[in-house]
Design a protein. Structure first.
Length: 442
């Protein structure tokens, strides 16, 4: 949707509301619903204000300490939400509404560096300096429950009713049980200008996946956050609920596999320039451990890394090998890498920024690509392992020179503090596991 289409829609009364949204540290859409006329007459030129605590809270929106850009001492002032009119979309699951994504600026016009969308833009600019661009696609898995979000809340997320009672991976019969909801999501996303490719069942109970065509990296991340938020809203409208937790239970977790390739003015680059492809992939291997925090940002993320679960544990690459953290597939123009480490709880802007930064370091240093792993990566004892806990990932990220050089100290310190807040919250919590284990027997 372009600005003239919006103006026409406002004039005819078809469009009443513009949802102006930023993406927070957790990869969620936050923002305001604006009168469409006000958006056209004021916000397109001047932007809108939002409290800067939106990039300095925990997952429950609690104000927390440790952030340089936002605090009680600094007064929790505003930043400016600058609409990116190239990211203006229809919002078909809300009445007479459209969505516009925003970038963030301070009052003096400077970028809010910790904003996830700006973090990715900075890495895309580094590619552009070489005449390159990145194409990406993210594959989000999710669990569907027949309980509403409110019912799930009151149940404390126990004894929920999954939409499928058995493994429906590729099952047409099993997925037909949930097709009314999945079909509505597919069609709504098409109307929101995402290019839907397919949907399928997965292994966990009620687990499904909808896949979209690859796009330029920023567009792919925008599509990701719009889809994730929209799928939850549509499920709520249908009296159901969807969870993108990385690991809801002891069965298979929810992944976010990321497909990534480079292009130049002549088109897809990897097949035409094998040396660049190999060095870019070698960079992924060299920095996978220290950048895992940006693909697995939560305590729960690390429960997903389990042998034999289709989630990786080993830092290795292989040709069409789903046991490796990095899977190479396609040929010719479709040659690409698939990073399988990320869970569905990741922030796509931060994850893609990390992968681009790692790959560029590999290219800049001319890293040599190790041989592909053949066989079962879960049992490969000669290869490094992904971090097993958020604490380990946090320490590796803190010590990463490539993260500080590519992202900047300000961004690194901001997301380290987010990890510290998550760790402190979990370490202070008393879990059901502890009560069951210790109430009587300890």
């Amino acid at each position: 949707m372009d600005l003239e289409t919006l103006r026409t829609g406002v004039e005819t009364g078809e469009i009443e509301t513009v949802v102006l949204a930023l993406t927070d540290m957790q990869g969620r859409l936050q923002g305001k619903r604006l009168g469409a006329g006000h958006f056209l007459h004021e916000v397109t030129e001047h932007g809108a204000e939002g409290c800067n605590y939106l990039l300095a809270v925990d997952v429950e929106m609690n104000t927390v300490g440790g952030y340089a850009m936002s605090s009680w001492e600094r007064g929790y002032g505003d930043f400016v939400m600058r609409p990116d009119l190239s990211a203006l979309r229809p919002l078909p699951w809300e009445q007479a509404s459209v969505l516009c994504l925003a970038d963030l600026a301070w009052a003096d016009g400077g970028d809010v560096l910790a904003s996830p969308r700006q973090v990715l833009k900075a890495q895309i600019e580094r590619l552009a300096q070489r005449g390159w661009s990145a194409n990406a696609a993210t594959e989000l898995e999710f669990l569907v429950f027949r309980d509403s979000y409110e019912e799930a809340w009151h149940k404390r997320y126990h004894d929920l009713n999954p939409a499928n009672l058995y493994n429906v991976d590729y099952s047409l019969l099993g997925t037909s049980r949930v097709e009314p909801l999945i079909r509505r999501i597919r069609n709504a996303m098409s109307a929101a200008e995402l290019v839907v490719e397919s949907s399928k069942g997965e292994c966990n109970l009620g687990q499904h996946e909808i896949n979209f065509r690859y796009a330029e990296a920023l567009r792919a991340a925008d599509d990701h956050v719009i889809y994730k938020n929209g799928a939850k809203e549509i499920a709520a409208q249908e009296g159901a609920s969807i969870s993108f937790m990385a690991k809801f239970n002891e069965r298979e977790g929810n992944s976010c596999h990321i497909h990534l390739s480079l292009a130049d003015a002549e088109g897809p680059l990897f097949a035409r320039d094998p040396r660049t492809f190999e060095s870019f992939l070698a960079g992924q291997l060299a920095h996978a451990r220290e950048l895992t925090l940006l693909l697995a940002p939560n305590i729960n993320s690390y429960k997903r890394f389990a042998a034999g679960s289709f989630a990786p544990t080993t830092v290795a690459w292989g040709h069409d090998n789903r046991t490796c953290a990095l899977r190479v597939l396609g040929s010719g123009a479709s040659l690409r890498m698939e990073n399988r480490a990320g869970g569905a709880d990741l922030n796509p802007y931060m994850a893609l920024a990390a992968l681009i930064a790692a790959g560029l370091d590999g290219v800049e240093r001319g890293l040599e690509l190790e041989p592909a792993l053949e066989g079962n990566a879960y049992t490969a004892t000669d290869r490094p392992r992904l971090p097993g806990t958020l604490q380990e990932a946090r320490e590796l990220f803190a010590a990463s020179t490539v993260a500080r050089r590519a992202l900047g100290d300000q961004v690194v310190e901001h997301y380290l503090n987010a990890a510290d807040i998550e760790l402190a919250a979990f370490n202070a919590a008393v879990t059901d596991w502890e009560r069951i284990r210790g109430f009587e027997r300890l």
